[in-house]
Design a protein around this ligand. Structure first.
Ligand code: LLP
Length: 419
């Protein structure tokens, strides 16, 4: 459930009419709802009530906006980060260093050193090579890094190929078949305390079965590590729970996920860590856009909006579906191709989509844009970076300025020797 709904025929974010935001900030603009973020954080937490010892660390990559992170910090969340840039955002939002986890296959030596200096809570090591390097860096500083080893369980998450991470040929984690031997080798090193294992098999999972299969394999690995004499106190179960993008679509609820986790892990005797992203932020944001013009087509008309693939990349990258509707529907319907202004055919949000009838100047929204939306924006076609707004009740604030194309150009120069 989210807090984007029609009041008197006009879509509001909580108590703020979207046209008021469009007027004040311009379009395109991402609009997030604080009450929705809080609700999703609470629902996820309550779903895991059956797990006694846990840390819920928001996947910052899904929405790294500082104000969004602050809302989630106030909900008691930690942060899962994959770069020093994300780590600095989590810290700036007030998330305690001890609640920050560092994932990712390509942590550089400089990033590992910065994360150690910041005192972050855990590194999820993704290879033997990385573990050896981290151990050396930490030992040289006289520090001990708290770590888990990320396992690739060879489970097909059944989601889009580009966001699957747990198959044997994906770059993430160490093969489960070699996990015992690599764990043993790394556990001996000074500079790291290898205290557990981690897994993340993919994103936008529409089925709990692959997650359960991965968790069961992880439980067997924990048992075999223990019988080999290792101490295992932490298991990171990653993120990945899908959200509905289509109206009426039904996905496994957080409560079902929580019940499955509690059942599978009940005898593990570890602290469990979760890294949810999309399920917290996805339906807490919309991309508000204005129709530039409607162009006749051979079959269906083209509704050309002022948002484009540089602002919301998911349809172009993954063929993703984002529900599209008018901010102030007049009652009629149309079938249209919904496209942005960018000069490539990939800049298409939907083909042959039935939607509210729209005309030039009308406002519309792409829903479920709170996760992997603004954070994946680019300045392609010199369009600048899209602005972001947070609504709370009847208040709203610009929480990320629009970065105009001119500001980006100002960081470029023509060398003297070209003049
Ligand atoms: N933990 C790790 C190690 C991850 O790689 C990810 C996402 C998450 C947690 C959070 O997953 P979530 O709960 O949000 O599914 N750009 C793509 C999604 C990429 C996900 C990358 N990793 C999209 O727009 O669908």
């Amino acid at each position: 459930m989210d807090h984007f709904a029609y009041q008197n025929g006009v879509m509001h974010a909580e108590d703020v009419p979207l046209p008021v935001i469009a007027e004040a900030v311009g379009t395109p603009v991402y609009v997030y709802s604080r009450a929705t973020l809080e609700r999703h954080a609470r629902v996820f937490r309550e779903a895991l009530a059956g797990v006694p010892d846990k840390l819920i660390a928001f996947a910052v990559k899904s929405n790294p906006n500082l104000a969004v992170l602050r809302v989630l910090q106030q909900q008691g969340m930690g942060a899962d980060v994959v770069s020093v840039g994300e780590m600095r955002r989590a810290l700036a939002a007030g998330i305690a260093p001890g609640l920050i986890l560092f994932s990712g296959v390509g942590k550089t030596a400089a990033e590992m050193a910065a994360a150690l200096d910041a005192g972050i809570g855990q590194f999820n090591i993704e290879s033997e090579e990385e573990g050896i390097e981290l151990a050396a860096i930490a030992a040289a500083k006289g520090m001990t890094a708290q770590c888990t080893l990320r396992i690739n369980p060879d489970v097909d998450a059944g989601t889009h190929d580009k966001i699957s991470t747990g198959k044997a040929d994906n770059k993430f984690g160490v093969p489960i078949s070699e996990a015992g031997q690599i764990f043993g080798a790394l556990a001996r090193l000074p500079g790291i305390n290898l205290r557990g294992v981690a897994v993340h098999i993919g994103s936008q999972l529409a089925d709990l079965a692959p997650l359960e299969a991965a968790f069961v394999k992880l439980g067997q690995l924990v048992a075999s590590l223990r019988s080999a004499g290792h101490t295992v106190t932490h298991v990171d179960l990653g993120g990945g729970l899908g959200v509905p993008y289509r109206m009426g679509e039904v996905l496994p609820a957080p409560a079902e996920y929580g019940a499955m986790v509690a059942r599978v892990t009940k005898d593990w005797g570890v602290k469990l860590i979760f890294e949810p992203g999309r399920v917290i932020a996805g339906n807490a944001g919309v991309l508000l856009t204005r129709v530039v013009r409607v162009k006749r087509g051979i079959k269906d008309p083209f509704v050309i909006v002022d948002a484009a693939m540089n602002d919301l990349a998911r349809p172009a990258l993954y063929g993703a579906y984002h529900h599209f509707e008018a901010v102030a529907p007049r009652g009629g319907r149309m079938t249209a191709n919904i496209v942005g202004p960018i000069c490539e055919t990939g800049d298409t949000f939907a083909m042959g989509r039935e939607c509210d009838a729209l005309a030039a100047g009308d406002l519309a929204v792409f829903r479920t844009a709170g996760a992997y939306g603004a954070t994946m924006a680019s300045s392609y076609n010199s369009r600048g970076f899209v602005a972001e707004v947070l609504v709370g009740g009847d208040k709203f604030a610009v929480v990320a300025d629009r970065i105009e194309a001119g500001a980006i150009m100002a960081a470029e120069r023509v060398p003297e020797w070209l003049a």
